[in-house]
Every structure is written in C-alpha cells, then in structure tokens.
Design a protein around this ligand. Structure first.
Ligand SMILES: *Cc1c(COP(=O)(O)O)cnc(C)c1O
Length: 384
C-alpha cells in the first residue's frame, strides 16, 4: 500500500500502526492462560515507536504493568499511566531515588546495598516502596546471583519501608539454547521453591521470567504468573520454538523516505563517498532523503534494498549522512517526491524488519532504537 505521506512532508518518517499494536497485544494475551499477567516492555522510547503514543494505546487495550529502562522514561509516562505499576528494568543511579519515589516507580533490586539505599530513601519520605527482586540465573547483568539471592531477599523483607511486589529472572539465550534456558529456569524455580515460606506465592506477587522468546509452558502449578513482552508486541517474532510460536502478530512499524532527485548516469561513474560502486551501464538513480543521520547505517551501503513504486531497488554506493542513492533503472516512472519504503509494504511487496536488520548487520531491536530523533514518528489514522 502506497500510504500518503504526512502533511508536513518530512524527508523520512516512521509510520506506527497502533491498530496493529493493539491486535498483537490481544493475540498474545489470548494465547496466555487466564491469570497470567502482562508486563508490556516499553523501554527505549517503546522500541523507538514513541513512548507516549504506544503506552496510551497499550493501556487502552489492557496490560497489567509497564516496564521502562530508567527513571526518566518512567517519569515521562507516570501521568499517562496513573495507577499502573511501572517497573524500572535498569539500575536506579545513586541520587535518583527521590525522582523514583516522586513518580511512584518500582525499582529492580539486585543487591543488599540497593535494598539499604531504597529503604533509606523510602523511609525518609515515610513511604512504602514496592520493588521487584531480580535473580541472576545466568544473564550476568543485573540481579542477585541466584546462590546469593536468598540473602538479598531476607534483607529486603527485613525492611518495613520496602514491599516485595515481584520476583523475576532474565534469560540470556532463550532464542538459541533451550538447554541453557532450562538450566536458568530450573535455578529460578528452585530459588522460588526454597524461598516459598518468605515469598507467599499465590498472593499478588508478580513472578516473571519470559520475554518474547518465552519458553514457559505455564503449567498450572508453576509459580510463574506473568510475562514481560517487548519485541513480539511490536510484531516481530524472532524465534520459532517459543511458547508464542503460534501467536499471529503483524508489523507495527514502517520506515519510509522521499525521492529527492532522479538522475541518469552513464556507465563507468563512481557513486557516493569512497567510490565503492561504479555504474556498469547507463543507470537511473534515485537519491533518497534518508541517511545514517536518520538511522540507516553505513553498513547497509551496497546491501540494502528499498521499495519504489512496489519494486525492489538496490542501494548503490555508501549511505551518506542525509542521502542515499538507489539504482532505479527498473522503475522508469520514478519521480522526485515519490515515497521509498525501507521497511514495510508498498503495492503488495514487503521488506521486513528482519531483512533490513540483516542488511545493516544489526538485530531488529537495534533497528528500531537506532532511528534518530529527526525521524518523525507518525500515527496514521487510516492504519490505526
Ligand atoms: C528488553 C527486556 C525484555 C523484553 O525483551 P523482548 O525480547 O523484546 O521481548 C524483557 N525483560 C528484560 C529484563 C529486558 O531488558
């Protein structure tokens, strides 16, 4: 579909289909057993889709909690998400406790030192702060190492100013190693079992491990009662063998630019910086108003393709800061002002985020979050 560009005619833009986002969320939720709660991951500006627009739509469609990267992002959505738990997945830096409390955010706790720091801050304000304990079962990033997490839990429960609202772990290789993921899950379940007296499972405690690559079978007696979903709700499925394998999701994101100039070059002409491409025949080129300053990396030079009037055209030469050149010889009717699609559909043809990511030597998460601030996010009503 050749969607009409937004009225301000930006050089390039990202179209976000909030209707598709909502349908994806509903499809994922429908796939989960009743009672499994949904923590929507909206960190990094909702994976580049635009934090406030995405959060408004997700809340409308029905989520149980939101997860952000840091206090700043949490603060940005607090008013919008009045009453909803907002979990901060990343570390809360020393000095940010006041802002955390003011925005009523839920921090992740990894250590006894953090327990003490959060307790002090909450105590000072006469508040009881909800926290989630992160148990490191093999990610090697945040969390208390699982063999030491019992002591952190004990310290936490000994602080009247803190309230344990959740316990979670994070898988490091769910996509590629079922065996290591099983090991991580077994460590997590063993921890939950060992600590069952302290944890009072069955209450309102959120217990979660699975992201978009989730592998949990959600057997009825599992203490795991929530998921943390990011990529999948934005319509990208990376892994075949996840619990979400049969959920049908659709892309939410479309990335487009304009044709700024159409030009005929003779054979033997070098194209762009560094002369990494030379025309081998008379070539019609289209110069697109998108470059690495927008999030199309130079690694896509001489590799990526774009859709022009529904036809695939290769990027030739190096991607530059503001412009990128494609071979449009196969599209005689191409004109300045045309829409070129870098990711998404046009006239029945599609370039997927996965394909685009491969050309860029990146992963889909990275494609989304690499779009720069000058790429306008638009939310077409017709598509929503
Ligand atoms: C980013 C993140 C997620 C979401 O991962 P997806 O693969 O995008 O679903 C879940 N949990 C944590 C701790 C994360 O950092």
């Amino acid at each position: 579909m050749n969607a009409s560009p937004p009225s301000l005619s930006p050089r390039c833009w990202a179209e976000i289909d909030l209707g598709a986002l909502e349908r994806n969320l509903r499809a994922i939720r429908a796939h989960l057993p009743a009672g499994i709660r949904y923590v929507a991951v909206v960190k990094a500006d909702a994976y580049g889709h635009g934090l406030t627009a995405v959060v408004s739509r997700l809340l409308q469609a029905g989520v149980d909690a939101l997860a952000v990267a840091d206090v700043r992002e949490g603060t940005r959505i607090r008013e919008l998400a009045g009453g909803w738990p907002v979990l901060v997945l990343g570390p809360v830096l020393p000095g940010e406790e006041g802002r955390l409390l003011a925005a009523d955010l839920t921090p992740t706790v990894s250590s006894a030192a953090e327990v003490a720091r959060f307790a002090r801050a909450a105590d000072r304000e006469g508040r009881r702060l909800p926290v989630h304990l992160n148990v490191d079962t093999g990610m090697g990033r945040l969390g208390a190492w699982y063999e030491e997490a019992g002591a952190v839990l004990e310290a936490l429960l000994g602080e009247p100013a803190l309230r344990l609202a959740g316990v979670y772990t994070h898988y490091s290789d769910a996509a590629h190693s079922p065996a290591f993921t099983r090991l991580q899950r077994d460590r997590f379940l063993a921890f939950l079992h060992d600590q069952r007296e302290r944890l009072r499972p069955g209450g309102d405690l959120l217990v979660h491990a699975d992201n978009s690559a989730g592998t949990e079978a959600f057997v009825p007696d599992s203490p795991v009662n929530a998921v943390r979903v990011g990529l999948l709700q934005y319509g990208i499925r990376q892994y075949g063998d996840s619990v979400f394998e049969r959920v049908r999701v659709a892309p939410v994101f479309r990335f487009a630019a304009r044709v700024g100039l159409v030009k005929e070059l003779p054979a033997g002409v070098p194209v762009s910086y560094g002369r990494t491409f030379t025309t081998s025949r008379p070539t019609r080129t289209a110069v697109l108003t998108v470059g690495y300053g927008d999030g199309l990396p130079t690694t896509a030079s001489n590799r990526a393709e774009v859709l022009l009037r529904g036809k695939r055209c290769p990027v030739i030469g190096r991607v530059t800061m503001d412009q990128t050149i494609v071979d449009a010889t196969a599209v005689p009717e191409v004109q300045p002002g045309d829409t070129a699609v870098l990711v998404g559909d046009q006239d029945g043809r599609t370039i997927s985020v996965e394909e685009f990511a491969e050309w860029c030597g990146a992963i889909p998460w990275e494609v989304f979050t690499s779009l720069s601030a000058r790429v306008q996010r638009v939310y077409p009503a017709a598509r929503a």
